[in-house]
Design a protein around this ligand. Structure first.
Ligand SMILES: [Zn+2]
Length: 206
């Protein structure tokens, strides 16, 4: 923890805590409240005033119910750098794994909503099955993925990021591997964006 970070964090945390002198005590007043669903707000982190935040983690003060919105770097300090345990509002211990899981769920939700909006007036079962698969585990076959080529550019930055982090190319089955071989160069270029480095290597895609 840098000194300038600590100075800002102390100042900001004391403002909203009951405890006004002991940083260690003050931060123990705070509970993890999850990720805020507010993807369009370009806020800055209320703890460090620095970080531009994409993911708005919220913490709530257990005594005065005040809320702070913090970025992903600062929320990590609660689970890693600070030596005391960090709990959520239900009393469950929060660790790095939980933060990662919540972020993933959040991205999935954003992507599902974008897909639902896009497919709202569609009776196309093919697209509906794609949407279902994305909600399930994000693993799409090359042929499913290639049909999202036009949908992808319609997403905003957060949506694209969600897409990149949620969507995986399923290539375990022989049928799926054959699909890769049959893609047009343009479709392959799109599909390969979402392949892992190992997958690209295996299929000789540079
Ligand atoms: Zn911060």
């Amino acid at each position: 923890m840098s000194n300038s970070w600590l100075k800002r964090a102390m100042e900001n945390l004391f403002k909203k805590s009951q405890e006004k002198e002991d940083f260690h005590k003050a931060r123990q007043e705070w509970l993890y409240n999850g990720l805020e669903d507010n993807q369009y707000c370009e806020a800055e982190c209320e703890l460090c005033n620095h970080e531009e935040i994409r993911y708005e983690y919220t913490i709530v003060n257990s005594s005065n119910r005040k809320i702070m919105v913090v970025g992903s770097e600062c929320i990590k300090k609660f689970t890693n750098d600070f030596k005391n345990d960090f709990y959520d509002t239900k009393g469950i211990l929060v660790d790095g794994k939980r933060l990662a899981k919540d972020k993933n769920e959040y991205l999935k939700k954003i992507l599902s909503e974008a897909l639902d909006k896009r497919l709202a007036n569609s009776n196309n079962t093919f697209y509906k099955s794609i949407a279902e698969q994305i909600k399930k585990d994000g693993k799409l076959t090359p042929n499913q993925l290639k049909h999202l080529h036009n949908f992808y550019p319609t997403l905003d930055d957060m949506g694209k990021q969600a897409f990149k982090s949620v969507v995986k190319v399923s290539l375990r089955k022989e049928r799926e591997q054959e699909q890769i071989a049959k893609l047009s160069p343009i479709d392959l270029k799109f599909v390969s964006k979402f392949m892992t480095t190992a997958q690209r290597k295996r299929f000789g895609i540079t």
